[in-house]
Ligand binder design. Sequence first.
Ligand SMILES: N=CN[C@@H](CCC(=O)O)C(=O)O
Ligand SMILES: [Zn+2]
Length: 413
Amino acid sequence: MLLFKNIKSLVGVHTAQTSLLRGAEMKNLPFLSNAWLAIENGKIKAFGEMSNMPSEQNFEEVINAEGKFILPTWCDSHTHIVFAAPREEEFEMKIKGKSYEEIAAAGGGILNSAKKLQIATEDELYHSASKRLIDLIRLGTGSIEIKSGYGLTTDAELKMLRVIKRLKNTFPIPIKATFLAAHAYPAEFKNNHEGYIQLIIDEMLPKIAEEKLADYIDVFCEKGFFSNEETERILNAGLKYGLKPKIHVNQLSISGGVQIGVKKHAVSVDHLEEMDNDAINCLGQSNTIGTILPSCSFYLGIPFANARGLINANAAIAIASDFNPGSTPSGNMNFVVSLACIKLKLFPEEAINAATINGAAALELQNEVGSIAIGKCANLILTKEIPSLAFIPYSFGQPQIDAVFINGKIYNG
Ligand SMILES: N=CN[C@@H](CCC(=O)O)C(=O)O
Ligand SMILES: [Zn+2]
């Protein structure tokens, strides 16, 4: 048994019934000042104020957290961390002013990543993704979603998903896998979209279902990628195998993809940089979570999502990293939380809820992670001595984490 004592503030002590916050509720981030927290068998056992702390003698280890905050680890519900190689050759093109679409048209982008991934071995992909994941956990991420989508052939998509399965089996944090073969049309299907869709539906999906390799299905619904009709067909096919949608929509244009996601009961619709009132209201009246990826806007120089408009429309917002080699070469959720405050104009409480309890809901892990509640995993961030909770996002780019605990143990990678 482990005991944290003298915690300056134990943050995110939501009631056991709270699993998702929407609209004005997102401002509610309950905390206990001058608190203790007990961990047993990797789970949160009990907590309270120092005035009623149990005897220290009952514990094998006692950590004095004076001056420090404890909060649940970040739940990163949207990443692409399995890839063969970074794409810093595109960085200079970007600096010179080329857009994401122009870089893709010049032979960069997703197809460039797919070419490299197709010739990488499963072991190579596992080792490079492992290194990234270790770094992310050290930065406070304690649950994560990982997508395929750089394979674009049956073999390479299966290879990616098997790598994710291996990560699930070897890492101590909860991981969800998303099947994203509909990320881009491979060159050989450029003029034969029907052929690629049939490959996804008739060949890839049955194999993935048989090996139980995915939890969700995703489509990049966007002009020049997958149309609304194509998106709906692929989602329907995934749903037949029990894969719920979590989709890329409205990143570069207003497409109607949000409405498709809502109609198909998507767990989340992600990106949302380009929204109109219809899409905002549709999301606000639905049970689908709007997942915003501010690091992507930051890196690509595209608009930041209208988070306040969504909150005012009573939507439930999560924030995630989108870590990938093209649009977001960073998975640092501390920076995501800072950007959410600085650029999305979320209050620190809203941003932290979006990165914890609502991120957990976007991973359907609300019973395991995302808040300080009895029975949940002891996946915790212990901060350095800091003056306030707002100091975390305020001091952007400055590491404020003293230690990360996964299942009640200090994580050293
Ligand atoms: N937009 C689609 N997919 C990724 C980028 C993929 C890439 O450029 O490699 C994203 O979420 O931003
Ligand atoms: Zn993405």
